[in-house]
Design a protein around this ligand. Structure first.
Ligand code: NAD
Length: 276
């Protein structure tokens, strides 16, 4: 499944939509501390924003910045009518209260869909801003016309960014969902039952051929660096011979995350989120 091609298609649609806008949508990215992976994710987001005509603002704070200074900046951006979306690049250094910082983002500008209010709305099946990676997974499955209703979906990983929201989205799509994590006993016996297996654990190539049912759909969310090369959580070379569909790493879910971020920014710009 070609996440890169689909992402470019979505980006082109957004670019066309924004072509004649008098005022461009804008997003503010808050970064705290210096993490090389975050630097590269932010660069990628900036590139995608400028390619489609979204104004990108980057606020970088040293990792000894008082929490209140960061929250005050977010509040200032909440009140800035020319800022449509706000996101805090995660992870942030552990000593900060991440929840408090995320919850200071206005629900209607929360392009990563991570405030408690937006999470609650998603759980309750209300219209809201949804985290970009799970949204990207749902979108790629839709593009390839993979049916979800009644299917057995197994998600490996239960993070707030990926596993938990995906669980909710899959449930809302009438799939039968199992979520596995680092305390799961006998993981292979569960993954082998999956019609659709989604791995977001961050463990290089942990999903091997013998853990996958023949003709399963395999979505690899993991991004790992091994010997300077990117790889996913799935042993792609072997599993791809057994799966009916599989996403590669790179060029799978990663580009879809960026495309969904752009869509969320446009949603905020068009003032579509129903949260206040
Ligand atoms: P996380 O560390 O917050 O969560 C990892 C989850 O995997 C946890 O719930 C943990 O219990 C589970 N886990 C870890 N080892 C396991 C094992 N051996 N067996 C079963 N479960 C196990 O990570 P995250 O933020 O959800 O990210 C997961 C991976 O996805 C990382 O590689 C990250 O880089 C990648 N990621 C990719 C994108 C993208 O756009 N493609 C976006 C976000 C995260």
């Amino acid at each position: 499944m070609d996440g890169e091609a689909l992402s470019l298609k979505i980006q082109e649609e957004i670019k066309q939509k924004l072509k004649n806008c008098m005022i461009r949508p804008s997003v503010a990215v808050i970064q705290v501390g210096s993490d090389p992976a975050s630097d590269s994710y932010i660069k990628r987001k900036e590139k995608a924003c400028s390619a489609v005509g979204v104004y990108f603002r980057h606020f970088k704070f040293e990792d000894d910045t008082p929490e209140l200074t960061i929250i005050n900046k977010i509040k200032e951006l909440n009140n800035d009518e020319y800022v449509n979306g706000i996101l805090v690049q995660l992870p942030i250094p552990e000593r900060y209260n991440e929840k408090r910082i995320l919850n200071s983002i206005s629900n209607s500008k929360d392009v990563d869909g991570l405030t408690d209010i937006n999470t609650g709305r998603m759980i309750n099946g209300r219209k809201t801003l949804v985290p970009c990676t799970p949204l990207g997974v749902m979108r790629i499955l839709k593009e390839y016309e993979i049916p979800l209703e009644g299917k057995r979906v197994v998600i490996v990983g239960r993070s707030k960014l990926v596993g938990k929201p995906l669980f909710q989205l899959m449930l809302a799509a009438d799939a039968t969902v199992t979520v596995c994590h680092s305390h799961t006993v006998d993981l292979p016996s569960i993954t082998k039952e999956a019609d659709i297996l989604i791995c977001a654990a961050g463990v290089p190539k942990m999903i091997t051929e013998d853990m996958v049912k023949k003709d399963a759909v395999v979505i690899d969310v993991g991004i790992n660096r091994v010997d300077g090369k990117l790889c996913g959580d799935v042993d792609f070379d072997k599993v791809s011979k057994k799966a009916s569909y599989i996403t590669p790493v790179p060029k799978g879910v990663g580009p879809m995350t960026v495309a969904m971020l752009l869509e969320n920014i446009v949603t905020c710009y068009e003032n579509k989120p129903v949260t206040k």
